[in-house]
Design a protein around this ligand. Structure first.
Ligand SMILES: [Zn+2]
Length: 139
């Protein structure tokens, strides 16, 4: 399980860095080769995460203090909070599969956050420090 978490973190960081490499390009498409790699590592998550990307479901919320979280509109309409750097999501799948059973390293919402960077589909919102704090308390 520990190895899967390490590999997952590495793959997610590579996905996020795709945005930096493609920053000056309009081409934000992940290669078929890389999608095959992702499908090998996250076979049960990739399709759902790509659906979330297709629906522009990922928003990065920032505050003036420089902190940020992500909100992901789940496939059933529920909005989940994702903390990218600590690989945490508020969805029930994350709790049962990643925390309790430890059968997975991440959930599809976490994967979708990093795919949003790689595909250039990440939306951005800035809140006041107070509203940002209130957003955190909603969970
Ligand atoms: Zn999740």
């Amino acid at each position: 399980m520990e190895e899967l978490l390490i590999i997952s973190k590495e793959i997610l960081m590579q996905l996020k860095s795709c945005e930096d490499e493609k920053n000056n390009s309009s081409d934000k498409v992940i290669s078929d080769e890389y999608l095959s790699v992702l499908n090998c590592i996250f076979p049960t998550l990739l399709e759902g995460a790509l659906d979330l990307i297709d629906n522009s479901s990922v928003t990065r919320i920032e505050c003036p203090k420089g902190r940020s979280i992500y909100k992901v509109n789940g496939s059933m309409g529920t909005v989940y909070t994702v903390m990218g750097s600590s690989l945490y999501c508020t969805c029930p799948t994350f709790y049962y599969s990643c925390v309790k059973k430890r059968s997975h390293a991440i959930c599809k919402h976490l994967l979708a956050v990093y795919l949003a960077y790689a595909t250039g589909t990440l939306k951005h919102t800035t809140l006041s420090n107070k509203d940002y704090a209130l957003t955190l308390l909603d969970n």
